[in-house]
Design a protein around this ligand. Structure first.
Ligand code: GTP
Length: 864
């Protein structure tokens, strides 16, 4: 056929070559043309003899109807053409057959692959079924084992106690079916557990690579279905066989199965039932910063933020969220929220117990107590060899401080100076709580007095040892023995009377016996073995706090443990601060203060209260957090105290308030101690009808806020050793708020007492002035019943009140309408005279009745 490949030039003569057709035209013209065979149809090259074979082997070829043959085509030509056509046809058939064969092959391949996949899936399913059954079996076994253990433990306990514990019954109930086989089953199951993973491992080589890929894909699908919240997790994986078997839905994901298997494996290997992810108890306060929350869950903060964003909260990791939201997050991460209260912020305060080797001896803290004027201040003065008495306003020790002194033997003793007035009782009680030893001063020329007894009670309540200082021994008539015997009545048996309480006779004035007292203190301190750890963060008690004009809030702190240093960050009551300066009792600036050392602390955020505890903390944030919490807690407490909670309480309160008149006052003082003393003194003023109500008290100058508060309640402001600032003065003038200044508590108390007395309702006193006997009763037109009487006693006055007595029983009380003597209206009728009397709006009068005549007067009362 290569001949036909190219066009041959037209030419005459010779038989037409294969692939050439000779055409005849009119007028004898002929033309030989090349028969062009389309190559594309000749897919398979025909063997060289094929055409000839077809021509020769086919017998006489059907050359067709010559009539229908195109003109000019010879038989040979025709035959050639037909042969070519047949060859083409044959090729076409061959092609089709081949294609069909190929298609069948492919179909067979596909079928084979389908079958392979189905087989694999069936195998996989069977494997999973087997695993699940195994896992369930393990679970049952583990439960049975646990139950058996509990039962065994209960049994042991019962054996030990010899009783039948309640818990012993519980596992028995919990045990499904017979309880005894459980322990026996457990080891078997453990063995099975152990073989489980090995079984899988053995199978692994058989599993072809695509199998693992399928697993991965399935897990992938599982995850995405879960993310979409699709319950029918395997919905997309419905295979023909699965559909036929009708188990397209309920199957666990492979990942879940793997987790379970791993869990079981760990359990079998003795790691207990510890899950892959550790579930944590997350301490959850009322609000929490996200980064802190992440920290507590041991999760990444970014993940926590992401989870919050999913909840629709656009937050950053430094933002705080409330506990409810935080709880949702904690649950989402699979942990457990443990709600804790705000007070946990206080946990940062170092409360670790000191080790014995860190403890060192510390000076004793001594408080001097006793009755007024028994010589407390003089004694402290004698000890310090400095006179501080003369500077006191009103002769009362109003300034509460602490001082450290050195005894002649060189030992240090810290003294708390507590005042001697009854109003300072609470301060004394606080003093006793930081006090190691109480010196009870009793004047030898006086005796045991109420405040001496009070001091004894305080010391006993605080379990603080006493040393009795019998003072004023220089005085004529001093009787120490009387003091000792007086004390016996209050269970204080002094050494001189064979007791265990040390007693020292002394004179604060002459200095006699002071050394003995110091010796007694040193001895007592030795017995007490007072120790503290100077190496730890400081803690101490506020003895006094004030707002100093130049220095701001200042607190006198007695360090109880640790060492307070300049620069330390601390929290004290509702305040916090950083130690700016420390000033000792000599007025010197110091860098640190160890145990039992009293120092003035500068650098507070506000004025704390006496008795507050100071604690050094690590960071400013912690200090601020604790102070904020305490402030809020105190506010809540005050609000809760003021607010009546139930209707009954509200009604009771309203009722009580109706009968009691209140004098509201606002107190500002120079130091906390004075303020508290004044408040206590004022609270004592009053009786069942009248009382003083302290709206507010505090330390520092009188401010606009104070004036505003006073105005709202119509209260006067009392300034004790403080003044109102200019703007407060001005607004007080405008608002008509009274500000009164005092420097002596007695004056203050007297004035308030007088003001409170003004609130007392005037007392109505009744004075009997006379009696009249009714002799006869007659009717007077226009007046009514008129009694003809004889005044038997005193006088009868028209303006007076009258009572009608019948057989000594009061039957009417009222006033007189008329008092006549011989038809004349008179003001007064004296004893022995007759008169006519008529009652206002009362007619039932009879002869023989007695009229009692009295007068009423209002008497203004005062408070005792
Ligand atoms: N003769 C004599 N008088 C003394 C002695 N001790 C104190 N006094 C006097 O007793 C009076 C009261 O003494 P204070 O030291 O002020 O007594 P106090 O107990 O501190 O009094 P208050 O601060 O008011 O509680 C003063 O006049 C002292 O001079 C003493 O040992 N002998």
């Amino acid at each position: 056929m290569s001949d036909t490949d190219g066009k041959k030039p037209l030419g005459l003569g010779g038989a037409p070559r294969s692939g050439q057709v000779k055409q005849s035209f009119s007028h004898g013209r002929t033309k030989s043309v090349v028969v062009e065979t389309k190559r594309k149809r000749v897919v398979v090259p025909t063997k060289p003899g094929a055409a000839g074979a077809a021509g020769t082997g086919g017998g006489s070829p059907n050359l067709g109807d010559p009539a229908k043959r195109p003109a000019g085509i010879s038989d040979a030509e025709m035959e050639r053409r037909l042969t070519a056509l047949r060859a083409a046809k044959a090729r076409e058939i061959a092609d089709n057959e081949r294609r069909a064969e190929e298609e069948r092959q492919r179909e067979e391949d596909r079928q084979r692959r389908r079958e392979e996949i189905e087989t694999k899936e069936r195998e996989e399913r069977e494997r999973l079924e087997a695993l699940r059954a195994k896992a369930e079996e393990e679970e049952r076994a583990a439960r049975a084992e646990a139950d058996a253990r509990v039962a065994a433990a209960a049994q042991r306990k019962a054996d030990v106690l010899g009783t039948r514990p309640r818990s012993a019954e519980k596992p028995a109930e919990a045990k499904p079916g017979p309880a005894t086989p459980a322990p026996a089953d457990a080891p078997t199951n453990r063995n099975q557990d152990a073989t489980g993973p090995r079984g899988v491992a053995a199978k692994a080589p058989l599993a072809p690579a695509p199998q693992r890929k399928t697993d991965r894909e399935r897990e992938e699908r599982e995850r995405s279905a879960k993310a979409k919240g699709d319950d029918n997790r395997r919905g997309g994986k419905l295979t023909l066989s699965a559909a036929l078997n009708g188990e397209g839905g309920r199957t666990r994901s492979l990942a879940a199965m793997k987790r379970k298997q791993e869990k079981a494996r760990q359990k079998a290997m003795g790691f207990g039932s510890k899950p892959e992810k550790q579930v944590r108890d997350v301490q959850l306060p009322e609000t929490i910063v996200i980064s802190e929350l992440a920290n507590r869950m041991a999760e990444r903060a970014a993940d926590v933020v992401k989870s919050l964003m999913k909840m629709g909260m656009m937050v950053t990791m430094n933002q705080a969220i409330d506990a409810d939201t935080a709880e949702l997050v904690i649950e989402e991460f699979g942990h457990k929220a443990v709600r804790v209260s705000d007070s946990d912020v206080e946990q940062v305060i170092d409360s670790v117990k000191d080790r014995d080797e860190d403890l060192q001896s510390r000076p004793p803290i001594v408080t001097i107590m006793g009755h007024v004027d028994h010589g407390k201040t003089s004694l402290l003065d004698a000890i310090r060899k400095a006179n501080v008495v003369s500077g006191e306003a009103g002769g009362i020790t109003q300034h509460i401080g602490a001082y450290q002194v050195k005894t002649p033997s060189g030992a240090l003793v810290s003294f708390l100076d507590t005042p001697g007035h009854a109003a300072f009782t609470s301060m004394r009680a606080r003093g006793a709580s930081v006090t190691d030893i109480v010196i009870l001063v009793v004047a030898a020329d006086d005796a045991v007095m109420p405040q001496t007894i009070e001091a004894i009670h305080h010391a006993k309540a605080a379990k603080v040892p006493l040393i009795v200082a019998i003072n004023k021994m220089d005085k004529h008539g001093a009787d120490a023995t009387k003091v000792r015997t007086d004390l016996l009545q209050h269970d204080i048996v002094v050494e001189a009377m064979s007791g265990d309480v040390q007693d020292v006779e002394l004179s604060a004035k002459t200095g006699m016996g002071i050394d003995n007292l110091l010796e007694a203190i040193a001895l007592q301190a030795e017995i007490l073995e007072l120790k503290a750890n100077p190496k730890r963060a400081a803690s101490g008690a506020v003895i006094e706090a004030k707002l100093d004009v130049g220095r701001g809030p200042v607190a006198t702190v007695l360090v109880q443990n640790g060492t307070l240093r300049k620069g330390d960050i601390f929290v004290v009551g509702e305040q916090w601060g950083k130690v700016r300066a420390l000033i000792n009792d000599q007025g010197e600036t110091v860098l640190e203060a160890g145990p039992s050392v009293p120092v003035e602390v500068l650098g507070l955020s506000g004025t704390p209260s006496a008795g507050d505890t100071l604690n050094v903390v690590e960071t400013e944030a912690q200090a601020r957090e604790i102070a904020d919490y305490r402030e809020k807690a105190a506010k809540d407490k005050r609000a809760a105290a003021g607010a009546a909670t139930t209707l009954e309480q509200l009604m009771a309160k309203a009722k009580a308030d109706q009968s009691v008149a209140e004098l509201p006052v606002l107190v500002k003082a120079d130091v906390q101690g004075s303020a508290e003393a004044i408040v206590q003194a004022l609270e004592k003023i009053g009786n069942d009808e009248v009382r003083v109500r302290i709206l507010h008290y505090g330390v520092g100058a009188i401010t606009d806020t104070d004036v505003g508060l006073a105005e709202a309640s119509g209260a006067p402001i009392i300034g004790f050793n403080v003044r109102a600032n200019a703007s407060a003065r001005q607004s007080a003038n405008q608002k008509g708020v009274e500000i009164r200044y005092y420097s002596i508590i007695y004056d203050l108390v007297d004035d308030i007492k007088a003001a409170a007395s003004g609130l007392l309702k005037a007392e109505v006193r009744e004075t009997f002035i006379g009696y009249a006997q009714i002799k006869e009763v007659f009717k007077v037109t226009g007046v009514g019943q008129v009694a003809g009487c004889l005044v038997t006693e005193g006088v009868a006055r028209r303006s007076a009140g009258v009572r009608l007595l019948r057989d000594s029983v009061v039957i009417h009380e009222g006033t007189l309408k008329t008092l006549k003597r011989f038809k004349d209206e008179v003001k007064e009728v004296i004893s022995g005279q007759e008169c006519g009397m008529a009652f206002e709006r009362y007619e039932d009068i009879r002869p023989g009745d007695v009229i009692e005549i009295f007068e009423r007067e209002e008497v203004q009362r005062t408070l005792a």
